[in-house]
Design a protein around this ligand. Structure first.
Ligand SMILES: [Zn+2]
Length: 75
């Protein structure tokens, strides 16, 4: 029995490493914010969210939940 496809053996056994990739942020985005055309990337350590437009240039700007109202209202 050859194990040429070991991916099935590790499924659910070992969690993948938590890598930070700006290109792949589906794992930590607020869907409600993303649906409004925002970046919506969540900074997990602080729980803040980026409300800049999707694919915005430069780094994310994370805002606290209580600041969301002002950001969305001002945009
Ligand atoms: Zn962002």
């Amino acid at each position: 029995m050859n194990a040429e496809h070991p991916s099935t053996a590790t499924a659910g056994a070992v969690p993948p490493p938590a890598e930070t990739r700006p290109d792949v942020n589906n794992a930590n985005v607020r869907e409600d914010v993303a649906e409004s055309g925002r970046c919506a990337l969540v900074h997990l350590p602080t729980g803040r969210t980026c409300f800049l437009p999707l694919r915005h240039p430069g780094p994310c700007e994370f805002h606290r939940p209580q600041d969301v109202g002002d950001v969305l209202a001002g945009g």
